[in-house]
Design a protein around this ligand. Structure first.
Ligand SMILES: NC(=O)c1ccc[n+]([C@@H]2O[C@H](COP(=O)([O-])OP(=O)(O)OC[C@H]3O[C@@H](n4cnc5c(N)ncnc54)[C@H](O)[C@@H]3O)[C@@H](O)[C@H]2O)c1
Length: 264
């Protein structure tokens, strides 16, 4: 079950903004634990390197490379480097994402544009350069990490992030249909309120730096009364890239402790 031996996974955004288990780091380590060779990238080289260290420490195989996932040329170079090192790409995880606060009036146009780039264009570029290789190989599995903010208003004014993640969901549905005949599956994992190293940065942006109050507020928002972790996201990614989900494409797994169901 959920065996990835012999597979190669490219994980975009494999680091974490601070020490601990972000969605991308937990995913990279979990895929390696299940036997995949992991090629990880992050805009922060040291953060990607920490993920590589963790994988190596557990006896896994990985390589990392710095990459700004919003830059076409850098993504293309990453794909080439992964193919050169491991010979193929069976799995692509587009995990890069960042939320900036603001509504349509107070948000600077530049912030809107940057939010679209980092949350939506990054996944487009990953797919653009990886899918041709998957097509040649005869298949592959892609998971894009979206957010419940793309499904519902979840209490934070983050209009560009929400719109980009909603766009990512439908980008995934549409691309999945286009590439289904080629054996390429595309799905989203939709994390809810997760307790990842991102939390302090979010508290600074959305709760005037009151991290403890922000954590309590987020726990209370969830029907299960606690946030999820990077591992909850990673476990859903693992299923969607494994052969056990071979008939699953163009859809999403919502990992949110019941949050979306409570706001239907
Ligand atoms: N933490 C949550 O509550 C939550 C909820 C829903 C969705 N998500 C999504 O999960 C994903 C990962 O979030 P996380 O909580 O692990 O956060 P994180 O910030 O710890 O991890 C994201 C990683 O992406 C990297 N990154 C940022 N911009 C990049 C770029 N331009 N190119 C390459 N790498 C870049 C960061 O350096 C970081 O290592 C994001 O897409 C986020 O939107 C998170």
């Amino acid at each position: 079950m959920l065996d990835l031996n012999g597979k190669v996974a490219l994980v975009m955004g494999c680091g974490a903004v601070a020490d601990g288990w972000g969605n991308g780091r937990a995913t990279a380590v979990l895929l390696a634990r299940r036997g995949a060779k992991v090629f990880g990238t992050d805009v922060v080289a040291a953060s990607a390197e920490e993920t590589r260290r963790l994988i190596t420490q557990e006896g896994g195989e990985s390589q990392v490379m710095q990459c700004d996932a919003t830059q076409s040329i850098q993504v293309e170079q990453v794909v080439d480097a992964c193919l050169q090192r491991f010979g193929c790409i069976d799995i692509l995880v587009n995990n890069v994402g960042v939320s900036q606060p603001g509504g349509p009036v107070d948000m600077d146009e530049a912030v809107w544009d940057a939010q679209m780039q980092v949350n939506l264009k990054s996944a487009f570029l990953g797919c653009k350069y990886v899918i041709p290789h998957m097509r040649t190989q005869g298949g592959g599995a892609i998971v894009n990490v979206a957010s419940v903010a793309g499904l519902r208003y979840i209490g934070k004014p983050q209009v560009a992030y929400a719109a980009a993640k909603a766009g990512l969901l439908h980008f995934t549905h549409t691309s999945a249909v286009i590439h289904a005949p080629e054996g390429i599956r595309m799905n989203c994992v939709v994390p809810g309120l997760m307790h990842t190293p991102l939390i302090e940065g979010l508290a600074a942006k959305y709760a005037k730096g009151d991290t403890q109050g922000f954590i309590e507020h987020r726990n209370n928002q969830v029907p299960m009364k606690h946030m999820g972790t990077g591992w909850d996201t990673a476990n859903a990614v693992l299923f969607l890239v494994s052969d056990e989900s071979r008939y699953v494409t163009g859809t999403e797994i919502v990992v949110d402790g019941g949050l979306v169901a409570a706001t239907r």
